[in-house]
Design a protein around this ligand. Structure first.
Ligand SMILES: [Zn+2]
Ligand SMILES: [Zn+2]
Ligand SMILES: [Zn+2]
Ligand SMILES: [Zn+2]
Length: 483
């Protein structure tokens, strides 16, 4: 085992060196994890906010999901797509992308594999299954990196290769096919969603980050990861990490309750999380997955053992027990109600929180939290609810929700997580708008709350998606990197 750790460490170090990302005596090291397999650990104590590592995607490509719009295969832009002049079947957005050396190489291999022209209507299909083709063009050294990553070997993965052979009739050699199927399994286990492009023209793609993917999951992660302008992954400590502690990401949404998170992780990443938060029936006293008892009306119903699938749930107040099925039925009913709301239903949503929801679930239940989060992104942002259009009541509601969700994140021990950064900024904007209104009315304005803005700027540092007002506050070296 020791030798394997050494080989893996060397492979990763060399990969980072090739991408000019290696630093002497990094604060991380690869070790055997209690979760099975390998993990990334703190080689020394790491302070909150400290940079742990940067990583570069060994493969970056369009996502296969049908809901993703077609993208330029070179720059991931959405506009002015036109078929490649050399008829490889892919679409590009400009002469620059058409003539890029990257596309020339990729174009050549696809044309070599073609047994018949790829009609324009199948061009999108080819674009979506393109990531494994990219893996074929990696250097031998980079292929070695991919080979040492964890893969979910399963027949359900590798449909991309089936599309290449059976839909696009590409003549792929057997060894290439085997490697591409393996790459699909590695991507399935490890790929991250990456946002590319600027504010108004963002696309979502998937990237394989070798070191990033070695870090395991926890529903109480101790890191925050963001992507910069050049698709680098930047991983920083969201809490203090003592020496020897395992370094965790979260692959799930932190505001979901335990059954929802575990189901999602099982479906997408094929494992059952047993972290500290998943083990705790109250989720650190937050009661995110709890519902209210029908019998005593005020008691909170929680799972007796949250790690047992379909186990019994029980009221903390009157000890009445309930089947998991009944809890799940209520959750799915509330979930579908939530999904049926559109941006124009602001009043209905606000009322739903204080009436129906307040009688069936406790205040931090995932549906309530999700709804508040949704409202935070409508109020101040969407048409009809922009900052200047917002009523005083709506402004107050938004401010209140920001405060409540920030308190919940603290209960969940999430430290300087990304959602905290986003909420702090929204709260700062609420205060700024209130100040503008008070100044207009001639009344004394609230004291300055620059601290919210500064903390948000620190948490979201390097993030390509951060609001421009926040980016202005970054140190010059980071601003320069952005250009
Ligand atoms: Zn392009
Ligand atoms: Zn081409
Ligand atoms: Zn967990
Ligand atoms: Zn009860």
């Amino acid at each position: 085992m020791q030798r394997n750790i050494d080989t893996l460490t060397k492979t990763i170090h060399k990969y980072l060196e090739r991408n000019s990302l290696y630093v002497e005596n990094p604060p991380w090291e690869i070790r055997k994890s209690d979760l099975g397999g390998f993990g990334v650990f703190a080689a020394r104590s790491i302070e909150t906010g400290e940079l742990i590592f940067r990583d570069y995607p060994i493969i970056l490509g369009p996502r296969a999901a049908l809901t993703c719009p077609p993208l330029c295969v070179n720059c991931y832009g959405k506009d002015n797509l036109r078929p490649c002049e050399k008829k490889c079947g892919l679409k590009l957005c400009s002469d620059k992308c058409q003539n890029s050396s990257k596309h020339q190489k990729e174009c050549k291999i696809v044309r070599q594999w073609q047994t018949r022209p790829i009609p324009e209507e199948l061009s999108e299909k080819l674009g979506k299954v393109f990531s494994p083709i990219r893996a074929i063009l990696l250097s031998d050294e980079d292929k070695k990196v991919v080979r040492c990553l964890k893969a979910h070997i399963s027949d359900q993965h590798g449909f991309e290769v089936d599309v290449m052979k059976k839909v696009l009739y590409l003549d792929v050699k057997e060894d290439e096919e085997m490697f591409m199927r393996f790459v699909c399994c590695v991507m399935d286990a490890n790929a991250f969603e990456v946002i590319v492009g600027s504010e108004n023209n963002q696309s979502s793609v998937k990237g394989l980050y070798p070191l990033g993917s070695l870090a395991n999951h926890s529903c109480t992660p101790n890191t925050i990861h963001v992507f910069d302008n050049n698709q680098h992954m930047i991983v920083r400590a969201s809490t203090f990490i003592p020496k020897g502690t395992e370094i965790f990401h979260s692959y799930s949404r932190v505001i979901w309750g335990t059954p929802t998170r575990r189901f999602h992780l099982f479906r997408t990443k094929h494992f059952l999380c047993k972290c500290q938060r998943c083990e705790d029936p109250t989720e650190f006293g937050s009661y995110v997955s709890a519902i209210l008892c029908k019998n005593c009306k005020t008691g909170k119903v929680i799972p007796i053992d949250p790690l047992i699938h379909n186990g019994k749930w029980q009221c903390e107040g009157c000890a009445e027990s309930i089947n998991k099925k009944d809890v799940a039925a209520l959750s799915s009913l509330l979930g579908s109600t939530l999904n049926s709301f559109t941006n124009d239903d602001v009043e209905i949503m606000l009322k739903f929180i204080t009436t129906k929801l307040a009688t069936v679930v406790p205040e931090n239940n995932e549906t309530v939290v999700e709804l508040k989060y949704k409202l935070i992104w409508i109020l101040g942002h969407e048409r009809g609810f922009t900052w200047t259009e917002l009523s005083d009541d709506h402004l107050l509601a938004k401010e209140k929700f920001c405060g409540e969700l920030l308190a919940l994140l603290e209960l969940l021990r999430l430290g300087q997580c990304k959602m905290r950064g986003l909420l702090l900024y929204e709260l700062y904007c609420c205060h700024a708008e209130q100040k503008r209104r008070q100044a207009k009315a001639g009344s004394a304005s609230k004291t300055s709350d620059k601290s919210l803005l500064l903390e948000a700027a620190d948490i979201l540092m390097y993030d390509v998606g951060a609001p421009p007002e926040i980016k202005k506050l970054w140190p010059d070296e980071i601003k320069l990197r952005e250009q």
